[in-house]
Design a protein around this ligand. Structure first.
Ligand SMILES: [Zn+2]
Length: 349
């Protein structure tokens, strides 16, 4: 028996098996049996070398023809079976395109982030740039440059969290005010910035106190800035946040880095100044502290207080949200309770 007849026999058997195949899995098994690396046809081709030289050309040609013929038939069958399988699944796996889709669970901005964003937009319209500063500060920026020298009793007003350090007085900033000096040191007037960010106090927590909270510092320095500018800016913020027709109230207050210093309030938008639960029956919502920048602060950063004047203010971000939405516990902002946070979701379009 020659190899040529071997090839013919192999073809008969292979084609017989091939004609009985109905599934893709069977086709793959068949391909492995005949055409794979250990398949029958491969074995046939490897055996060519052992033949007498005069038989090799014919036997080789027969084996090659067999291989390419089977390969062709296999590709054809495989394509047919794949198409049939697709047809079957299309016919049986029906999709009801009228069913509503799954709603993706889209998160929302944290109310603190949203308020910072809102305030940044309000101030941007008035020419204020938003900048951020370090939360770990030195006593130099947190106190000294704000006219609070180390022997000043006002230094005790801020319950400071200190960080152990041999080199300098390092602390978690107790307010966003240190950025006043940092901005002025790097800028020639005019200066118009707001500084939102986290601040820290060594303080017991209750419904209106947190050891970490957010402030928004504002600073404007130029040649002709007066208290009227301060009042105009804060009134505009009050109107943008709490609605038109809001009024601003200034009362004397003391902060070492301003002179004169004021606390400022907006008349309550909920009761229109008559008195309600949100404004604690006073008719006013306390917004924060403000004042004209103290000449010592200007001198500390190399500005000439004879030439430049400015105003500064500080707002509590959580406080703004609590007033705007009637939230009564500041601790709610830090506990990550989705039932609370999702109430600040903007309506989906
Ligand atoms: Zn009220």
């Amino acid at each position: 028996m020659t190899l040529t007849t071997d090839a013919a026999g192999l073809r008969t058997v292979a084609l017989q098996e091939l004609s009985a195949i109905c599934t893709l899995a069977e086709a793959i098994t068949w391909e492995r049996t005949y055409l794979g690396p250990k398949g029958e046809v491969t074995r046939l081709l490897r055996g060519l070398g052992e033949l007498p030289a005069d038989q090799r050309p014919d036997a080789g040609r027969a084996a090659q023809e067999l291989r390419s013929d089977l390969q062709q038939r296999y590709s054809h069958l495989r394509a047919e079976l794949t198409a049939a399988k697709l047809q079957t699944s299309l016919a049986t796996d029906t999709v009801d395109v009228t069913l509503p889709g799954r709603q993706p669970n889209i998160g929302v901005d944290h109310p603190v982030s949203a308020m910072i964003e809102e305030l940044s937009e309000i101030f941007a319209l008035m020419g204020f740039q938003t900048v951020f500063g370090p939360e770990v500060e030195t006593g130099h920026y947190n106190f000294d440059l704000l006219n609070i020298p180390s022997d000043h009793p006002a230094r005790d007003v801020w319950d400071t969290i200190f960080i152990e350090s041999d080199e300098a007085e390092i602390l978690l900033r107790t307010h966003t005010s240190p950025m006043q000096a940092r901005v002025m040191e790097a800028t020639t007037p005019p200066v118009r910035v707001i500084v939102p960010g986290r601040t820290y106090r060594y303080e017991a927590q209750d419904a209106s106190h947190e050891w970490m909270f957010h402030q928004l510092e504002g600073l404007a320095v130029d040649e002709t800035i007066t208290m009227a500018d301060l009042k105009g800016v804060l009134r505009e913020v009050g109107r943008q946040l709490f609605g038109p027709d809001r009024k601003v109230r200034f009362r004397c207050d003391y902060f070492p880095f301003v002179e004169p210093g004021v606390d400022f309030a907006v008349d309550c938008a909920i009761c229109d100044g008559v008195g309600c639960r949100v404004c604690k029956q006073t008719g006013w919502l306390e917004m924060g502290g403000a004042g004209m920048v103290h000449p010592n602060v200007l001198r500390g950063v190399g500005y000439d207080p004879e030439r430049y004047t400015g105003f500064a203010f500080g707002l509590g971000i959580e406080r703004m949200i609590m007033m705007k939405y009637g939230v009564n516990d500041v601790r709610a902002f830090a506990v990550n309770d989705l039932r609370f946070l999702s109430q600040f979701a903007r309506p989906m379009l």
